[in-house]
Design a protein around this ligand. Sequence first.
Ligand code: SF4
Length: 393
Amino acid sequence: MGDREGGKGLLSGLDSHSPNRREFLKIITIAAASVGLPVSAVGKMAEAAAKKGKPSVIWLHFQECTGCTESLLRTSHPALSSLILDLVSLDYHETLFAAAGFQAEDALNAAIKANAGKFVLVVEGAIPVKDNGIYCKVGGKTALQILNEVAPQAGAIIAIGSCASFGGIPAADPNPTGATGVPQILKGKTVVTLPGCPANPYNLLGTVLQFATYGTLPALDELGRPRFAYTRVIHEDCPRRPHFDAGRFAEKFGEGAHRDGHCLYKLGCKGPVTHANCSLLPFGEMPGAWPIGIGHPCVGCTEQKVAFRIPMFEVVPIHNATPPSTYAPVAESGGKLSIPAALGAGAALGALAGAGLVASRKFSGKSGDQGVPGERRRVSGKEGPPADPGDEK
Ligand code: SF4
């Protein structure tokens, strides 16, 4: 499976006018940009991808729905699935493998032996730890055993999807199998997490290509997520944001405001607390192919404490939606407050309080609407802004 064309990469035999080559370079360019590398890196990445020694990838499945693999394979234009099979040497993948049983186990052992210390281990799915992990077994071994055997021999470890990153759906309350994520098992090891349900294939491709080209991993946040993809919250780059700012909200699915693309905040959108690049890199390169793009509120699947933890239609706090209620005093060097400065500060504070009040009213529904938790308290100046769940972890 690894080198399907007898060692010839996709670049081999393609002239500069070939549409395949153009598509290939386009993918590489997107991948380089997604990991924050300069355009000059495209050539190096393409060169590395075209070499015979493509990075070996060993992909393990545990407690999951295979959605991350499906997402990777069902991209349509260009066919990222075929490109990724040419860009990397996918030496073990249970879903795509023709082999089964002992043959598959032998292939796994052979791939580990041939690429010890160099291969990229991709884990899809959570790992149950309750009752010694008996709730997920492959070839007679628990997921826990397999992970603990394979991971120490890997050159880089990537947990793809929310389940592998922090437990995801299998770990949702009451978590009957004690499901947990890869970083929680491999304590002390660097694990790149690519949460998402499913994860965006470009985030995987960018990370693997950076490792293959430079031997480095992208800068990570405190949850192990690459900063290139998980620094900004969905709310910052959402195409419905102008409606949020203007106070136009959909309140029912299928109604006019919903169809007109108004903000989904009141339908429980978790975009304001969810760090991800879904709106910038839609799935399958199809414009609009992401939850909010098709009219569903963001469920916060890239956050450990949001999706499958906070009820679907519950609203989340808006971090810093209103200005702070107090500012440092404006004083002249002599220590006296100047009259113009005092007037200016007073006017500014008045305007800010007014803006805060307008903002709080925007969230007030007709009846029974709870608005944004803590929002009115902040306008009164008694309490600070509510914590952003994304900042707590
Ligand atoms: Fe977009 Fe959700 Fe923010 Fe509304 S609340 S602007 S739908 S991310």
